[in-house]
Write a protein that binds this ligand. Structure first.
Ligand SMILES: CC(C)(COP(=O)(O)OP(=O)(O)OC[C@H]1O[C@@H](n2cnc3c(N)ncnc32)[C@H](O)[C@@H]1OP(=O)(O)O)[C@@H](O)C(=O)NCCC(=O)NCCS
Length: 226
């Protein structure tokens, strides 16, 4: 088991920006990204997509010493973007906010969610039995935040693995508490849950976020960049 610490740079930025800045970011997009932008039905979604992709290109290009438009993303069979260099990254967006995690050494997953009231019982549908039991044992006024902590941690793990929803969400358990973000159980993880490390972050008021990485046992050190 490796005990080397893994450093992650975390970038957070708003997606609802002015037309001039959006125009500058749009110029970085590849043909397939332009085509995808054009497929959005609502302007607001298209604008946010441009702001997320364009700024992600800008950040990654600066770290790599290249220009944003030159980056060529490859996509896994489940749609996870990557670059053919030693720079791992994962993007997440929710409402008007984006977060990007970057590591020089390890695959990682990032998730941000806008905290909003739930219309249906999503926990029963997606969480493991242990997570649902932990959630329901909490006082009612604490359950919404705990729900989103659980959701973002699970999503960050799934995104680190890159399999999307083909990994059953009840095949692993995460903590729900505010203090310690941890993996508690994962089916098929031969080295035990402690090879995974997680970090909770609060990207902005009304949002929750998580980073997950299979560090091999080393600490996960997340640094907010501006
Ligand atoms: C992409 C996926 C992994 C996450 O989707 P999401 O939470 O809706 O969206 P996020 O904003 O966090 O992430 C989207 C970004 O992740 C990246 N991404 C796409 N496919 C990915 C994958 N398979 N793995 C990791 N990252 C992926 C892309 O950069 C994408 O941004 P883009 O719009 O610029 O292409 C989605 O396929 C998925 O599995 N969603 C699960 C939804 C769910 O029910 N979760 C329950 C959690 S308890």
């Amino acid at each position: 088991m490796s005990t080397a610490a893994v450093d992650v740079e975390l970038w957070v930025w708003p997606l609802d920006i002015g037309a001039d800045e959006r125009g500058r970011l749009f110029a970085y997009l590849s043909d397939d990204e332009v085509a995808r932008a054009e497929r959005f039905v609502f302007d607001r979604d298209r604008h946010r997509y441009i702001a997320a992709r364009g700024r992600m290109r800008e950040i990654l290009a600066r770290l790599l010493g290249t220009t944003p438009a030159e980056l060529r993303f490859a996509y896994s069979s489940h749609g996870k973007p990557s670059l053919p260099v030693a720079l791992h990254f994962n993007l997440s967006h929710s409402e008007g906010l984006a977060a990007l995690g970057v590591s020089r050494t390890h695959e990682l997953g990032v998730d941000v969610e806008h905290v909003r009231p739930l219309k249906e019982d999503i926990a029963e549908r997606f969480f493991s039995r242990a997570e649902v039991a932990t959630l329901r044992a909490l006082p009612e006024h604490e359950q919404l935040d705990a729900f989103y902590r659980c959701w973002t941690r699970k999503e960050a793990v799934v995104k680190a693995i890159g399999e999307g929803l083909s990994r059953p969400l009840d095949s692993f358990d995460v903590t729900l508490g505010a203090q310690s973000a941890r993996l508690l159980r994962m089916d098929g993880e031969r080295d035990g849950p402690s090879v995974w490390q997680m970090a909770h972050f609060a990207p902005a008021t009304g949002f929750q976020g998580a980073v997950a990485c299979r560090t091999g046992g080393g600490a996960l050190i997340v640094t907010r960049e501006t």
